[in-house]
Ligand binder design. Structure first.
Ligand SMILES: O=C[C@H](O)[C@H](O)[C@H](O)COP(=O)(O)O
Length: 267
């Protein structure tokens, strides 16, 4: 394991090679990478007694697998799991893990979640699976936030890997917002459509998702200002932009390596 620090556009990052005991299995390289990232992060940051926010998505499924094993073999005792989506809650219940919510545990030690893209400044796009609002609430309740991701999510600038920012909106506001967001911010917007239901995707909170396809190659874009403008817009519940909250990202690569990229600004 080694550690280096270097500045990247004013962001201080420490890169650590990490090892993981994730069991080898016959699976596609991308799945293996998701599993390695999840296990490596769990091994380092989940301990007995931990109050843990559990994110959503296909990478988090491997985290739940890791938690289940640790809980069953007694290595992880007295953990509390607060899910960020309906599906994650089901996975936790099926795994026999202790499930709670923010009513009972309004403060968490750690939140671990996947992402659709993470840029060089630790800014994330999330919500590819329409779970962003509860994810951000749970993340905000946690002292530390760790992202687990495969190599396809590792980018320099947002948009290099994922084409849009998902935005959760109240249904009556969706049609005006489809017009007003591009007018204010450029790009284009689409109401996300369901695949096995007529009509739009409905989130766990009963809302719709607008995918804002922002213009690429805009230099010096101020994502924080964009987030603030969008969050102040009536009808917008939350965006999939996660800014300034990541403690570290665990990126797993196709060659089997895992890197923990630590946000030195948060340490
Ligand atoms: O809405 C979904 C969440 O934000 C996920 O964490 C994100 O889409 C990454 O999911 P996956 O691990 O399946 O790529």
């Amino acid at each position: 394991m080694f550690s280096t620090k270097f500045p990247l556009s004013g962001v201080s990052r420490a890169v650590r090679m990490v090892t993981t005991t994730a069991p080898e299995a016959e699976m596609a390289p991308i799945e293996q990478a998701k599993k390695r990232a999840a296990y490596a992060c769990g091994e380092k940051y989940v301990h007995s007694g931990c109050r843990l926010g559990v994110g959503s998505g296909s990478t988090v499924k491997y985290l739940v697998e890791y938690l289940k094993q640790g809980y069953q073999n007694g290595q992880l005792k007295d953990i509390i799991c607060v899910p960020t989506s309906f599906l994650t809650k089901q996975w936790l219940i099926e795994s026999g893990l202790p499930v709670s919510d923010l009513d009972s545990h309004p403060e968490l030690d750690v939140c671990i979640d996947g992402a659709d893209e993470v840029d060089g400044q630790f800014t994330c796009i999330k919500g590819g699976g329409a779970c962003l609002a509860q994810e951000k609430i749970v993340q905000t309740a946690a002292k530390h936030f760790y992202v687990i991701a495969d190599y396809l999510k590792d980018s320099k600038h947002l948009g290099d890997r994922y084409p849009a920012v998902p935005i959760e909106v109240l249904p009556p506001a969706s049609q005006p917002l489809l017009l007003s967001i591009p007018r204010a911010e450029g790009g284009s917007c689409q109401l996300r459509q369901a695949t096995k239901k007529c009509g739009p995707v409905v989130t766990d909170n009963g809302n719709f998702i607008i995918d804002w396809q922002f213009e690429k190659n805009v230099s010096g874009r101020d994502w924080l200002a964009i987030q603030q403008r969008l969050a102040n817009t009536p009808g917008i519940v939350e965006t999939g932009l996660f800014i300034g909250c990541v403690d570290a990202v665990f990126f797993a690569y196709s060659d089997g390596s895992v890197k923990e990229i630590v946000n030195a600004k948060k340490h």
